[in-house]
Design a protein around this ligand. Structure first.
Ligand SMILES: [Zn+2]
Length: 199
């Protein structure tokens, strides 16, 4: 986990996703601690395990998180096209989701096409994928205990259009001690398992 040079892994076999990453970066970098955020695109052909319209967490951890954690990423996002989402029976209408599992690593997926846009109630619109990626990562920062902010106060489905506002207010620095505490706790749990005489 490295907050001095934060980086996120974006996994997809949809090459157009690469073109959207500068937009994602612009939104994230509204937060001072994410000003130099790095988004690394990893072209991988994966077929996720899906149950009840959602990607299974265990599949995500095994195929994406495990290596990404070792490589020092703060989180990972898997991106599917709308055709893939349909083929894999991801819940239609759900354009992304964040795994809330308390493992200290941000995990999320998103489904979109290159031309997908969100239309808000006030008739404003924006590019769907960058909004969804930033939204789900936003949930991740809250889950990690890095902020008290709630992304739904700034960006909610098609009713509130202010994902930029979330990152403008987001401050990660002050919360680092609590993150460290969580990591130390997890490390202790793992050490206890390793040292246990009856594993
Ligand atoms: Zn949400």
């Amino acid at each position: 986990m490295n907050l001095t040079k934060p980086k996120f892994l974006i996994v997809s076999d949809q090459k157009w996703v690469l073109k959207k990453l500068p937009v994602v970066r612009n939104i994230l970098s509204e937060c001072p601690q994410l000003a130099d955020v790095e988004l690394v695109y990893d072209y991988r052909r994966l077929t996720p395990k899906v149950s009840k319209g959602r990607i299974e967490q265990e599949w995500f951890q095994e195929h994406i998180s495990r290596q990404a954690i070792l490589d020092g990423y703060l989180g990972a996002v898997f991106v599917a096209s709308l055709a893939q989402a349909k083929r894999w029976k991801l819940k239609s209408g759900l354009r992304g989701s964040h795994f809330s599992d308390g493992d200290g690593f941000i995990e999320a997926w998103a489904a979109a096409n290159s031309s997908s846009v969100v239309r808000f109630k006030d008739k404003s619109r924006r590019d769907l994928l960058p909004k969804v990626i930033c939204h789900e990562l936003g949930h991740g920062f809250t889950e990690l205990g890095l902020t008290e902010l709630e992304v739904h106060d700034f960006d909610y489905q098609t009713s509130i259009n202010n994902i930029d506002g979330f990152y403008r207010e987001l401050r990660l620095g002050d919360e680092r001690p609590s993150l460290l505490k969580r990591l130390m706790f997890r490390l202790q749990v793992l050490l206890d398992i390793v040292r246990s005489p009856n594993p």
